[in-house]
Design a protein around this ligand. Structure first.
Ligand code: GBH
Length: 532
């Protein structure tokens, strides 16, 4: 009798624990890439020159070992990409369109038929295998001609971008139902002009990032409205933009307000105008930057205000929230001797803050991206507090870069499963509406300034092989198993994920991890008891 009771109890506990680790039905798993990073074929047919073509050609000494001239050669080997996406069992594949492959001059003066056909084939090939194409219109490869005219600092770009968007929608909206207008505007603006991560790498930290910030938002909004008025009634798709988020946590509890300001600087500046009820810049941040600008002697704020019409144009232009997230930071006031504060990696002079990483966070190949998976759950909770508890969230990127070509990539599996664990907690314990998750990236590719040195792929790519052979890593097997079962199988208990020395008010997950662990131990004891 006792034996039977133990069996029943044991089964309940085991299945209970199992269901905690099961993703809701309908949850979508995918993987992502971008045009310049994988395609190659940089001047194939009538393709025009992009800022990345120009930059990488002009600075072979700065970009680590090479350029995107050939990359993974997906321009020729796109069938291989579909084959491996299918092998993984992906529900969706997110790729981007190269503006100058379709519109060589950047303007609608000429359309490349070959370029148009290329993406059409890719979309049809994916659909044939039951893989949903998720398409990014812009992943950093601006037509060089538009850059010569000021690029993202010129307000006219909002119209140039919407002309491009309309053409792309007209070609593919019948088959593509999920659209990302712009990938990570913070990298395009703060990234290009402050940190010099992205082409054109013009160091102008004072005005350019803020002008670009405003123009990317308006460009996105115009594209969203084109879809909304001209295509939605026919095709019923969804459109958003992808923001790159860096979770900010107070270094010690008294810096809670500073961390909040840092979040508004990083996430709010690119999300508040679109996703908040009232629209416009995050009010507190707007005030801080206006005051700092005045102190510098500017007669108007460096963060350019929105007109009433612009605010309304932007507000509400989303169908879901798309987030990329790789890393977190701790926030404290700046102290003498802190060194240069480059937003958003080491700090901000405007906010008088310094950002540091917790030394216990694991660092992969890209040293500015130490991983703090718990930060992902807290970032999601913050988004929901700011923009609505029911906000549908699609995680469009996270991933792990390594320096070696090891196929047995335990560390990448850890990274992915640690983040998925936090996503499960967000869904099951916090009630977040997370619709899907996408790994950066399908296969090793051109990692921008880092060239071919760091590898983020589920598949290894042999860049010495003309056929650019793609070989699955252990993480690919892990991911395809996960997609098949919809259950996160791997349970590892690691001390660094449970302790939190900073005693933040935000720490909310340690109790649930503890419960999970206790349940597991309890189950093991019960099973032992049954066997005896
Ligand atoms: C994403 O951006 C991008 O969307 C994707 O294209 C990129 O491949 C992926 O991250 C991985 O980096 O080499 O030290 O100069 C996230 C922001 C942009 C952060 C590039 C790292 C290079 C740092 N990443 N950046 S470094």
């Amino acid at each position: 009798m006792l034996f039977l009771r133990a069996v029943v109890l044991g089964t309940i506990v085991v299945s209970g624990y199992g269901s905690d680790r099961r993703f809701p039905s309908g949850f979508k798993f995918g993987s992502a890439s971008s045009a310049y990073q994988v395609e190659g074929g940089w001047n194939a047919s009538d393709k025009g020159e992009s800022v990345w073509d120009r930059y990488a050609h002009d600075h072979p000494d700065i970009v680590v070992n090479g350029n995107g001239d050939v990359a993974c050669d997906s321009y020729h080997l796109w069938k291989e990409d579909i084959r491996i996406a299918h092998e993984l069992g992906l529900h969706f594949y997110r790729f981007s369109i190269s503006w100058t492959r379709i519109m060589p001059t950047g303007f609608p003066t000429a359309i490349s038929e070959t370029g148009k056909q290329y993406y059409s084939n890719l979309i049809d090939g994916l659909l044939e295998k039951g893989i949903e194409p998720v398409v990014t219109l812009y992943h950093w490869d601006l037509p060089q001609k538009l850059q010569d005219l000021g690029g993202w600092t010129n307000p006219l770009i909002t119209d140039w971008f919407s002309d491009y968007a309309r053409i792309i929608f007209s070609f593919y909206a019948d088959r593509v139902k999920t659209w990302i207008t712009i990938n990570e505007p913070i990298l395009i603006c703060d990234g290009a002009y402050n940190m010099e991560f992205t082409a054109p790498r013009i160091k102008e930290m004072e005005m350019a990032p803020f002008l670009c910030n405003k123009h990317t938002l308006i460009a996105h909004a115009k594209a969203w409205r084109i879809y909304d008025t001209e295509y939605r009634h026919k095709y019923h798709g969804k459109v958003s933009l992808t923001n790159n988020l860096v979770w900010m946590e107070p270094f010690t509890p008294e810096y809670e307000d500073l961390a909040e300001l840092a979040l508004q600087h990083c996430a709010g500046r690119y999300a508040h105008p679109i996703f908040s009820k009232e629209g416009g810049w995050p009010p507190l941040l707007e005030k801080v930057i206006a005051e700092y600008s005045r102190k510098q002697g500017h007669v108007r704020s460096r963060l350019p205000p929105f007109t009433k019409a612009e605010k309304e144009l932007i507000r509400g232009t989303y169908d879901f929230f798309a987030m990329n997230m790789y890393t977190s930071r701790l926030v404290r006031p700046s102290e003498p001797g802190d060194g240069p504060r480059i937003w958003f990696v080491t700090g901000s002079p405007e906010l008088n803050i310094t950002l540091v990483a917790d030394p216990r966070w694991k660092v992969g190949a890209v040293s500015i991206m130490p991983a703090y998976p718990v930060g992902m759950r807290r970032q999601i909770a913050w988004l929901r507090r700011e923009y609505g508890q029911h906000l549908p969230i699609l995680i469009t990127e996270t991933g792990y870069g390594s320096l070696d070509r090891n196929l047995d990539d335990e560390e990448r599996i850890d990274f992915i499963s640690d983040h998925l664990e936090q996503i499960l907690l967000s869904i099951k314990e916090d009630g977040a509406n997370i619709i899907g998750f996408s790994v950066w990236t399908l296969m090793d590719n051109f990692e921008w300034m880092d060239g071919y040195r760091s590898r983020f792929g589920l598949y290894d790519v042999d860049f010495k092989d003309p056929m650019r052979k793609r070989t699955p890593r252990a993480s690919a097997h892990f991911y395809s198993h996960l997609i098949k079962t919809q259950i996160l199988h791997k349970t590892r208990v690691r001390s660094h994920r449970h302790e939190d020395v900073r005693m933040s008010k935000r720490s909310s997950n340690s109790s649930s991890n503890f419960t999970g662990l206790m349940l597991l131990l309890y189950t093991i004891f019960l099973q032992l008891f049954i066997l005896l």
